[in-house]
Design a protein around this ligand. Structure first.
Ligand code: SAM
Length: 223
């Protein structure tokens, strides 16, 4: 199997199941125009997040890692009336591009962007009493995933869902002696997850237009 084939199959799925959408298309275009990294989730992954948030019945969503707001828009559209999404982004330029995209999508009353390193903004959310969140999507820097997961546990409740993206890293996750700090971040997270009794979790490998990677889904089973 090759990247070309994975991309072609993703394109086939997207053509069938994910109709073109002006706000999402403009968000992808803004990523190119603003020279942002093309590291947003793929359309079929965005729709997966949207469906999972709806299955959970999420009314309050927390996202770590906004970029241009592509996954943010998918997730915010899963919210019922009165729902709220807070997304955390360290890079002010990314946050500004995202703000424009979220405005264009008509979601500015539902979505709040917090600018700053997530390890600084997460304690603020706790202090403000923003928890509990029903659904958390962790997709910021990978080295801090262990700490983000600990924060996600603090900011959720029994029944909440936590998704962690990019946890396979082209298979490098099994390299114990890797000198890639992102791989080591994921491995440390996996050690935490393995002994964490407050969640029921699994990890799925994925291939597609974004290459070979994977995601963890954790259901919080204790307060
Ligand atoms: N979730 C987005 C999507 O699918 O459309 C993609 C997010 S991208 C993979 C990761 C984002 O996390 C980048 O915009 C980056 O600037 C941001 N980021 C990196 N380190 C961060 C940190 N310490 N705190 C908050 N955001 C961070």
């Amino acid at each position: 199997m090759t990247q070309t084939q994975w991309t072609a199959v993703d394109d086939y799925i997207t053509d069938l199941l994910i109709p073109s959408d002006s706000a999402l298309d403009a968000t992808i275009q803004s990523t190119i125009d603003a020279n942002l990294p093309k590291i947003n989730v793929a359309p079929n992954q965005g729709k997966l997040l949207h469906i999972l948030a709806q299955i959970q019945g999420a009314r309050r969503i927390l996202e770590l890692g906004t970029l241009a707001g592509y996954s943010t828009i998918w997730l915010a559209r899963a919210l019922p009336p009165g729902g709220k999404l807070i997304t955390l982004e360290a890079n002010p330029k990314h946050a500004e591009v995202a703000r424009q995209n979220i405005d264009r999508a008509g979601l500015s009353k539902i979505v709040e962007i917090r600018i700053g390193a997530a390890l600084d903004t997460l304690p603020q959310l706790a202090n403000e009493g923003q928890a509990p969140f029903d659904f958390v999507f962790i997709d910021a820097d990978k080295v801090n995933i262990p700490d983000y997961f600990k924060w996600a546990l603090k900011l959720t409740r029994r029944g909440s869902v936590i998704i962690v993206d990019n946890v396979i890293r082209k298979g490098a996750v099994i390299e114990a002696d890797s000198n890639d700090e992102n791989v080591q971040g994921v491995r440390k997270f996996n050690r935490l997850l393995a002994v964490e009794t407050r969640v029921k979790a699994t990890t799925i490998q994925t291939v597609g237009s974004k290459g070979y990677d994977g995601l963890t889904i954790a259901l919080v089973i204790a307060d």
